[in-house]
Design a binder for this molecule. Structure first.
Ligand code: EPU
Length: 416
């Protein structure tokens, strides 16, 4: 298993180019199932999760190819309607085939994902919406079997805004009979990117990016040709890399407007963030200030940035209160940061982070994708050597992180 070896203490300096957003690419890949023909999606990040989604789509009969950040998906022949446990357990986003398969094939058999490192993460709201649209849902032997000859438009209210739930039901509704209204829908930029891809395929969608999305079903959709939006979480992670090392990084190819809450909090922490025509220049202060954050659905502070922000706060001046309100178990990085000298106490969903003068390198273990990123950031700032184990978590969502950090001056290398 690969490890990352980091010699900390270098102020990062230089330019970095942001890749396409994983969490936009995954649903747009499954949206290709709604058409019959050659779909092309570009600005695809080079990630393990993309390969897993490709393997799942291949298993459904899709002719899938990936080359230089571009995927082609020929969806003329769909030969299976099943997302097996072996794939769903390695990547929960596999459930994103549910809506498209029911819409196109009238049936889908998708393994229930089960809990994961960060929380229980049920899919009850995805299934509730499909039922409202007239589908029959059977739960048996760990699978959801969903059937509907033709889905019907419905009014659906989400008790909690769910990103992939909103995406699944959007993809179910675009080919349904009549009008579907999704209320308390997720407003994330990735939901908007999916809506834009679907609209370019011929779908009728209004309101994506607000909490009420209206979809009017159409008879058929044409294949997609779409370029994925930049990854806002990768962007935020590199902003923190500048902040935590007291360096200066120019971040290119990002979409600044997707990062409002993150930029506000980072500026409060003392970072200087200036937007230029071709990117954003982010500069870390001499000493960071502590800032409180609470994770919220977009446009609130992203849960996917919480672990990285905690690494930053662990060396800030003063005490920061960090509340995780989306997932019930997303503090797995705390024990690892403490091994590096951080002073953090957790009570339920609240972490109290007392900034220390500096972190000390140590062997640490990655537990999930964003927790791994926080350990890399902590390692970049720490005195001495940090060894991050279980890097496969990081590879699911960060494109060649060590290859992007090295030109910035980071002393980081991957070892087997
Ligand atoms: N929830 C339910 N029932 C449902 C669906 C969700 O109770 O049917 C709850 C969840 O348990 C959670 C909350 O609703 O407490 C929000 O979860 P959501 O459904 O929005 O999460 P998701 O769609 O499974 C996506 C991202 C995650 C990101 C979350 C929150 C993708 C592929 N994944 O997950 O990304 O953390 O939204 O923003 O889009 C990551 O990239 O590292 C990652 C985990």
């Amino acid at each position: 298993m690969d490890k990352l070896l980091i010699e900390g203490g270098v102020k990062l300096k230089g330019e970095v180019l942001i890749g396409g957003a994983k969490n936009a690419a995954l649903p747009i890949m499954t949206a290709s199932l709604l058409s019959s023909g050659e779909n092309i999606i570009s600005n695809i990040p080079h990630l393990k999760d993309i390969a897993t989604m490709g393997a799942l789509l291949k298993q459904l009969g899709v002719d899938f190819h990936i080359e230089n950040g571009k995927v082609s998906l020929n969806t003329e022949k769909i030969t299976s309607i099943e997302a097996p446990y072996s794939l769903v357990k390695t990547m929960r986003a596999s459930v994103l085939v549910l809506g498209p398969l029911v819409a196109r094939m009238g049936t889908a058999k998708v393994s229930l994902p089960g809990g994961c490192a960060i929380g229980a993460r049920p899919i009850n709201l995805h299934l509730m919406g499909l039922k409202k649209m007239g589908a029959e849902v059977d739960l048996r032997e760990g699978y959801a079997v969903v059937r509907a000859k033709k889905l019907k438009g419905a009014s659906i209210y989400f008790d909690i805004p769910t990103v992939t739930g909103t995406e699944n039901l959007m993809m179910a509704a675009v080919l349904a009979d009549g009008i579907t209204i999704l209320e308390n829908a997720a407003m994330e930029p990735e939901v908007v990117d999916l809506a834009n891809a679907l609209i370019s395929m011929g779908a009728n969608i209004e309101g994506a990016g607000t909490s009420v999305i209206k979809l009017k079903g159409v008879n058929s959709l044409r294949p997609v040709n779409h370029s994925i939006i930049p990854d806002r979480i990768e962007t935020g992670t590199f902003m923190i890399a500048a902040g935590i090392t007291g360096g200066e990084i120019k971040i290119k190819g990002c979409n600044f407007s997707h990062l409002d809450s993150i930029v506000i909090k980072l500026k409060e922490a003392g970072l200087t963030i200036d937007k230029e025509d071709d990117g954003v220049i982010v500069k870390g202060p001499e000493r960071l200030s502590s800032v409180d954050v609470k994770t919220m659905p977009y446009p609130g502070f992203a849960t996917d940035m919480q672990a990285q922000f905690m690494a930053l706060m662990s060396i800030a001046d003063g005490t920061s209160l960090i509340t995780e309100s989306i997932f019930e178990n997303r503090f797995m990085h705390v024990a690892e940061l403490k091994r590096m000298g951080a002073d953090i106490k957790v009570q339920g969903s609240l972490a109290t982070v007392k900034g220390v003068a500096s972190l000390i390198g140590a062997p640490v273990m990655a537990t999930d994708l964003r927790a791994s990123a926080s350990l890399v950031l902590a390692g970049l700032a720490a005195k001495g050597t940090t060894i991050v184990e279980r890097v496969y978590h990081l590879d699911r969502g960060y494109e060649k992180i060590e290859e992007k950090l090295t030109p910035l001056g980071a002393k980081i290398k991957r070892v087997k």
